[in-house]
Design a binder for this molecule. Structure first.
Ligand code: GRF
Length: 211
């Protein structure tokens, strides 16, 4: 009997906090919506709920905290070692709240993707959802959105775009209702974008044959 074995894409997710996007990816992998496996979760925050989500899903997780006086490059080098140990095909920044230098990115060329709750070129940095909502209150915008992009360098929330979705800001929105809609949209977009990347990687892989 001859069967064709297509290896699933190995994902390592970096998350600093709640990890609701990590959860969306874990759920999509578990239900085979995403042809991938989360092989490791890394957080820079020891109390990140993302670490508990990983444990619940049976996924190895590691806390890599910054040491007293440690340079960013040294931290990034240590982080890269830990992540490389999981042998990822893709490294997913899902609520990862540190800027990564080339000491990390150079280890995973074309393999790091970031999720940001704003459209390309808009609202880089933290609290993008709240800033968009405040701009809407001031009459300066009536929508925001989500993007998933490659991370080629240290540019903050900037890089070749993989996928975007627009999210309207409704006149009766509170920050809470708008935030919920943004989170729902980013959970869907992240899974969709990773699905496309997984398919591309699978197509580029030589197929091994098991006899
Ligand atoms: C998300 O809005 C993500 O886009 C932003 O930080 C938030 C993290 O949420 N960078 P969670 O930890 O995935 O719940």
């Amino acid at each position: 009997m001859v069967s064709t074995h297509v290896p699933t894409t190995r994902l390592v997710v970096l998350a600093s906090g709640n990890g609701s996007n990590l959860q969306a990816v874990l759920d999509a992998c578990a239900t085979a919506v995403l042809p991938a496996r989360v092989v490791g979760v890394v957080s820079n925050t020891s109390t990140a709920f993302a670490l508990q989500r990983a444990a619940t899903a049976g996924v190895p997780s590691v806390h890599v905290g910054a040491l007293e006086g440690e340079s960013r490059r040294d931290y990034d080098g240590r982080l890269a070692e830990v992540v490389a140990g999981f042998e990822p095909d893709l490294v997913v920044l899902a609520g990862w709240m540190r800027i990564l230098s080339d000491a990390f990115l150079g280890r995973f060329p074309d393999r790091v993707v970031n999720l940001h709750p704003a459209l390309p070129g808009e609202l880089p940095g933290t609290r993008a959802i709240e800033r968009a909502w405040k701009q809407a209150l001031a009459g300066e915008r009536d929508e925001s959105g989500i993007m998933v992009h490659h991370v080629p360098d240290e540019g903050v929330d900037d890089g070749p775009v993989i996928a975007t979705v627009r999210v309207p800001i409704r006149p009766d929105d509170t920050l809470a209702t708008f935030e919920q809609r943004m989170h729902d949209a980013e959970h869907r977009l992240l899974v969709d974008a990773l699905g496309g990347l997984c398919r591309d990687l699978a197509a580029a892989r030589p197929t091994s044959t098991i006899r």
